[in-house]
Every structure is written in structure tokens, then in C-alpha cells.
Design a protein. Structure first.
Length: 506
């Protein structure tokens, strides 16, 4: 069917956007807010250094592994239902984490947060995809969503710092509850999904098992590489298992009648380019958050709150890039004209950070670097998120949205492990080479700090290269033209994929 159905727009769509954005903020906040609270929580609960990583890893494994399944459940149950259940479950898991009395309770709560996050995140993005179909309105909606998705991590650092410093680490969990309750109540009364957009095909159980196990093995392989090294037999085994499971998943999806992830969603040139360039960009960004946090707190001696505020220029840059540059130009130019240069501007910001030294000035070096990073990523993220869900059948919008989240989640796991390993290795060799010449304790401490900064800048050089590669992929793979100003219709896989999508009446 190539003619688009014309229906009146949902009058509540902008109210719905507020609650969707609130839920997205909560999920993104949670990724960084817990990192700030981790040292205090570890001490309180008696978690060993060896087990500490499971506070982050339990969440990452459940979230990364179940995203595709969560996206398919949203298409089957209805996105609103999945969204509300995800929010309530996330709130309950957060309450459990905040009340944790031992490490097992904490790890369980984090895994549960990951499970409900995997249901919530794809439902949120696919609701936007099916509710905003007019090109100009879609640009505004995705601009706001993109700004929150990009800036939420840095907001988490500020909020995490405040809560940990002035209240208690438990509040980094409890703070999710009012967010979730408000978003769930608002969504229940405000969101109305378009008719006929559910995918009522039976669940592809082999696809669910293969994708979940394959993604869990991949994410765990990278998180283990960070702590145990790349040559560790279990790390290698995880990567091999992941390769086999994900290859089997692709073969199964090509053959089954109702696949979990229809291959048309990822083989489309534009969507494939978006998933790949976004995943790579996140690799560069995730490592950077970590290094800058350590640099500001350990080398510069900033408090957690001051560190959070130091990230504000990056947040401001992301908001301006996403809601001003991206939104204003998205309906006038092709997506690659925003994505490619956006990633390259972020790479220039990252390049400035390779000049970091112990006594680098925040105002002269870190501030301009953060502004460029924010502007570049904000400008690139917004059209990328819109394009990733544009032109898919409404019945596939949940899994298409889940693929955006999956590329980000896997990118985050790779970025943290890969860049941390590079930094640690460079730091160790620097200290080994220079420690002999340090006679006093003060000189030895100086060599250690210099070694840390040397490690960070070495890893940041890799992040620059990764962001440049993201820009090149966006410029070469993504070839969609500027949006059709009348409607967003199916595209990319031929006439059979043309789909009736509501056109907003002007």
C-alpha cells in the first residue's frame, strides 16, 4: 500500500513527549549516577574490589542482552503498555537497590533495572516514531529526545555528586522512583497509540534466545577484558561464543516466518549506517566521560559536585546542537550533512583533549573541548535517532528502536573496556620508564599523576580516530535525501515496504 492514510494528529502528542523524555532521562541518568555513588556503596555493603564491577556489569548485561527482546515485546503488547510496565518495574528495582543490605541484593537490583530498562527504552523511542510523523514536528520531537539522550549522562554526574556528597549513596537509586511514577501516570492518561501498529505475530523464541545469549556474551567479553585482559581464556571464549551465537541468530532470522529482528530493518543502507556510526561514536564518548571524571577528581582534586558542574558546557553544547542546529536544519538538508560534520566537530573537541597535562587550564583547554564535543554530538545524534526509525513498518518500530539502543549499549561496553585498557597500558609503561629518576616521595607522586594523564591522552587519540571513522561512515553510508515535508513513509526496501503512516493535517 503506497498511499498514506490521512488522519488527524493526536492532540496529546506534545504532552506525551514530556513523559517519554522524562523516562528517557531517568534511564540515561542511571548509567552514570551510580558510578559516582559506587565507592560509598562498596564501603557500606562490604563489596570486594574484585566484585565491585558487577554493580555496573549486572545492569549492562541485562540491558544490552534483552534490548531486542524488549523492542519486540513492545511491538507485540503495544508500546504504551510496555512503556508503563517498564517504568513501574524500573521504579521497584530502584527501590530494591536503594534498600540493599548486601552485595547479592545490590547485584540483583541492578540486573532487574537492566531487564525493565530493556523494555522501557525501545518502547519510548518507538512511541516517538509512531506519534510524530510530520517532518517538522518530528525534527522538534527528536531534537528534544536527542538532547536528553546525549546530555543525560553528564546530568547524572552532577546529580550523583550532589546526592552522594550531601545525602547518601542510596538516594542515587531512590531518585528514580518519583521520575518513574510521574512518567508512568502521565503516559497512562496521555499516550494514545495509532491503530493497527502492533505486531501480533508469535514470538520468535530461537531468535530471542540466540540474540540474548549472543549480546550478553559480547558485553561480558568486553567488561571482562577490562579487568582480566584481552588474552584471558574466558574473555576469548566469550568473544568466540558471541560470534557463533550472533551468526546463528542472523541465519535463523533469514529463515523464520516472523523473525524477532526482520533483516530488512538492518540491511537498509541508511539505518545500517546510523547503527554503525552511532555505536562507534558512543565508543569514543563513553571512555571520555570516564577519563575526564578521573582527571578532574584525582589529578585536579575536584569534588564530585564540582566535577559534575565542570561537565555543564558539554551539556549546553549538546542541547544547542540538538534543539537549535539539528532541529532547524533537519528539514532543510540531508541527514548526512548534519551527522558527518557533527561527528567531525566532536573529533576536533576530542583532539584538543590530547594536549591535556597535569596543570592544564580548565578555561583554556577543557572548556572549548567540551563545547565542541557537545555541539558536534548533539548535532549528529538528533538526525541519527530520527533516521533510525524513519521508514520502518509501524509493526517493526519497536525492534528498530531497540537496535539504536543496542548499538549504543554495545558501543558503551566496548568503549569503556577498550579505552581503559589502552590508558592503563600506557600509564604502566610511562611509570616504569620514569619512576627510576624520582628520588623523593613528592617526585614519585608526580610521576604517577603524569603517568595517568599520559594514559588518558593516549586513549583519547584512539577516540579521535574512532569519531573520525564515525563521520566518514555517516557521510558515505547514509544517502537519504532531505525529509519529505508532507509525510514520513516507508522507504528503502521497495514498494512492498511502503506503509500507511498517518500524515499530520496542517
Amino acid at each position: 500500500m503506497s498511499q498514506s492514510a490521512v488522519t488527524a494528529p493526536d492532540s496529546n502528542r506534545w504532552k506525551a513527549l514530556f513523559f517519554i523524555a522524562l523516562a528517557q532521562l531517568m534511564v540515561v541518568l542511571d548509567a552514570t549516577i551510580v558510578n559516582i555513588a559506587l565507592p560509598s556503596a562498596q564501603q557500606d555493603l562490604g563489596i570486594s574490589d574484585g566484585n565491585r564491577q558487577w554493580v555496573v556489569t549486572a545492569y549492562a548485561l541485562a540491558f544490552g542482552g534483552l534490548l531486542l527482546f524488549g523492542g519486540r515485546i513492545a511491538d507485540l503488547w503495544g508500546r504504551k503498555n510496555a512503556f508503563v510496565v517498564g517504568l513501574i518495574g524500573f521504579a521497584a528495582a530502584s527501590a530494591l537497590g536503594g534498600a540493599a543490605t548486601n552485595e547479592a541484593m545490590m547485584f540483583g537490583a541492578r540486573a532487574l533495572q537492566g531487564v525493565f530498562g530493556a523494555l522501557l527504552a525501545p518502547a519510548a523511542l518507538s512511541l516517538l516514531a509512531v506519534m510524530f510523523t510530520d517532518a517538522k514536528e518530528r525534527a522538534k520531537a527528536f531534537g528534544i529526545y536527542g538532547a536528553i539522550a546525549g546530555a543525560g549522562g553528564a546530568v547524572g554526574l552532577i546529580l550523583g555528586g550532589f546526592l552522594t556528597e550531601y545525602l547518601d549513596w542510596r538516594w542515587t537509586f531512590f531518585v528514580n522512583i518519583p521520575f518513574a511514577v510521574l512518567a508512568a501516570a502521565g503516559a497512562w492518561f496521555v499516550i494514545r497509540e495509532p491503530e493497527g501498529s502492533r505486531n501480533r505475530n508469535p514470538l520468535d523464541i530461537p531468535g530471542v534466545l540466540l540474540s540474548t545469549l549472543g549480546l550478553v556474551a559480547l558485553v561480558y567479553g568486553f567488561t571482562r577484558a577490562e579487568s582480566e585482559g584481552w588474552g584471558d581464556s574466558v574473555t576469548i571464549g566469550m568473544f568466540v561464543a558471541s560470534g557463533v551465537l550472533l551468526a546463528a541468530f542472523v541465519l535463523v532470522e533469514a529463515k523464520v516466518k516472523a523473525p524477532l529482528l526482520p533483516l530488512r530493518v538492518i540491511t537498509d543502507r541508511n539505518r545500517g549506517g546510523v547503527y554503525l556510526s552511532l555505536g562507534l561514536a558512543i565508543i569514543g564518548m563513553f571512555g571520555l566521560f570516564l577519563f575526564l571524571t578521573y582527571y578532574l577528581q584525582i589529578v585536579k582534586g575536584y569534588s564530585p559536585v564540582k566535577t559534575g558542574f565542570a561537565f555543564l558546557p558539554m551539556i549546553a553544547g549538546m542541547i544547542v546542537g540538538s534543539t537549535q542546529i539539528g532541529t532547524r536544519l533537519m528539514t532543510r538538508v540531508a541527514p548526512r550533512v548534519l551527522m558527518g560534520p557533527g561527528f567531525l566537530v566532536a573529533a576536533v573537541g576530542m583532539l584538543l583533549l590530547t594536549q591535556m597535562e597535569i596543570d592544564s587550564s580548565y578555561a583554556a583547554l577543557l572548556l572549548p573541548a567540551m563545547v565542541l564535543l557537545g555541539l558536534g554530538m548533539g548535532t549528529a545524534f538528533m538526525p541519527a535517532m530520527s533516521l533510525a526509525t524513519q521508514g520502518v513498518r509501524p509493526q517493526d518500530s519497536g525492534v528498530a528502536s531497540a537496535m539504536v539502543n543496542t548499538s549504543q549499549q554495545v558501543g558503551g561496553a566496548i568503549g569503556t573496556a577498550l579505552l581503559n585498557t589502552i590508558a592503563a597500558s600506557a600509564t604502566t609503561s610511562y611509570i616504569a620508564d620514569h619512576m627510576a629518576g624520582a628520588s623523593s616521595r613528592t617526585q614519585q607522586q608526580l610521576v604517577q599523576l603524569e603517568g595517568m594523564v599520559h594514559g588518558y591522552t593516549n586513549a583519547i587519540w584512539f577516540a579521535v580516530g574512532i569519531l573520525v571513522l564515525s563521520g566518514i561512515i555517516a557521510l558515505t553510508f547514509v544517502n537519504a535525501g532531505k525529509p519529505d515535508m508532507s509525510a514520513v513513509t516507508g522507504s528503502g526496501e521497495g514498494a512492498e515496504d511502503e506503509v500507511a503512516v498517518p500524515v499530520v493535517a496542517h
